[in-house]
Design a binder for this molecule. Sequence first.
Ligand SMILES: [Zn+2]
Length: 458
Amino acid sequence: MKKVVLLIMGIFVLLFEMNAQRLPLGSKPTKDPCTTEMGFAMLPVAVDTTIGRSVANNDVLWENGDVILVKFMNNAGSQQVRNMIMQHAKIWEQYGNITLKFVPDDTEATNIRIKLGSKLDNHGHNSQLGIKCNNVPQYMQTMNLDTSDFIDYKGYIDQYKNGGPFLQFLRNKGTDFKNYTYNDLFRDVIEYKDPFVKWNYDALRGTTAHEFGHALGLLHEQSYPNGIKWNKDTVYKYYAKYQGWNKEKVDFNVLEASDFFYTNGTTYDPKSIMHYPVQAWQTVDGFTVGSNDDLSDGDKKIIAALYPKDKKVSDLAVPKIEVNNINYGDVKTDNVKKGILIYPSFDIKTSALLGAVYLVARLTTEDGLYYIPTTNANYSWNKMAATYIKLKLLPSTKTSINKGTQKNLELFFPFKEMPDLAGKNVKIEFSVYQDDVVNNRYQKLTFNFLSSPVSVPK
Ligand SMILES: [Zn+2]
């Protein structure tokens, strides 16, 4: 986006010098800002361990040392443009212990999939954050790059002015020069498919590195808490006019910051490749950020801290736990043990850090709509009748719970520990929470899962 501003300024300069074929001033062409979504509400890190910089979402980091498989989709893009994108993506490998392995288009399972598009398809530039890429179905892209934003348009404007094959192309297709606009010219250049296209190398390098920063888990640097004193009114107006964004979208993508984000003990870095450009009129104090097309020292440090080459696990890593293949398993009343036996069934996988989870079975009313309050402190979760188990998990393991014929985990809720429910039907709701000690929170890992009704004997 930043490059575009410069590019646009360049175009204006050229246009003012132009006499032979004057372009009427149309609507101002803009490059789409990066629209990667940052919407994970999370609490700030209480303990910062490494002085680096930048904001990252530590919950979505790949495992240190991972080889991430990347491919281009739909046979799009020339080999030349693909080579440049690969080269600039791999810049991160110099500083972090991570490998971006580009594989052929027909590879069936990959982690990152790049869709190369243009202004004509309107996908812009964006990427899934870190391992969230793995949640995207294989037939869909995890990253969009608009290669028409990487074209150097100056030469075409020059041809438009002084004559050349591009002007001839426009004449041949019967162009209406009277009402011709910048956007028309951009679209015509895309359609022209010049085999000798000249690239805006800064835009290509900067945007590619920025989007791969997201793919490795980095967030927008302007989200750094109190990094920028925005002039909100002018920012809303600008994005409404040129991007058609409403207030919420501007808040979300540009202004919102982010007490929520991990700052990793870092300071705000206006030179970060992950920073949007900022114009003086967008801030109340005239602060600006230019076009950052290269990794800053801070970018190099944070990626080295998140993916260290000299140790197995980053000091900044947080435990990650995945729960899959969940189903209720078995729930039954046991009149000998005098209580309800609950056997949830799922697979659970941990990252390189030790993790702990709470397996929580709450009672609900027979319709499954309400939890049941209790005064029993031992059998409650947030003051609602529940039984739970804390499970400590070993690093880098995958465990199947109650998947075989032999049951390996049981939750038990004695009747005498329940509120007075004698003669009533209840349901059991099951969920898994990650005990995120560092952030002093419980993070819910599964959707609620309800059993069939069970009756509590009189
Ligand atoms: Zn971005």
